[in-house]
Design a protein around this ligand. Structure first.
Ligand SMILES: [Zn+2]
Length: 57
């Protein structure tokens, strides 16, 4: 469907690549942030990358 040589497609592809390659500034690994909602309803962001890396934030 999408042709590769169009600049628009290129920009989108590059932006996506950049977003995927974003590194966490705390642990230095690929950033993985999820929204966790415990039973008490106080949702908060959790950095899976840091949890995995064992980095205390
Ligand atoms: Zn991290």
């Amino acid at each position: 469907m999408a042709k590769e040589k169009t600049s628009k497609t290129n920009v989108q592809a590059r932006a996506q690549e950049k977003a995927q390659a974003a590194l966490c500034r705390f642990c230095g690994h690929k950033a993985e942030v999820v929204l966790r909602v415990p039973p008490d309803g106080r949702k908060h962001m959790v950095r899976l990358c840091c949890e995995r890396a064992g980095v205390a934030v």
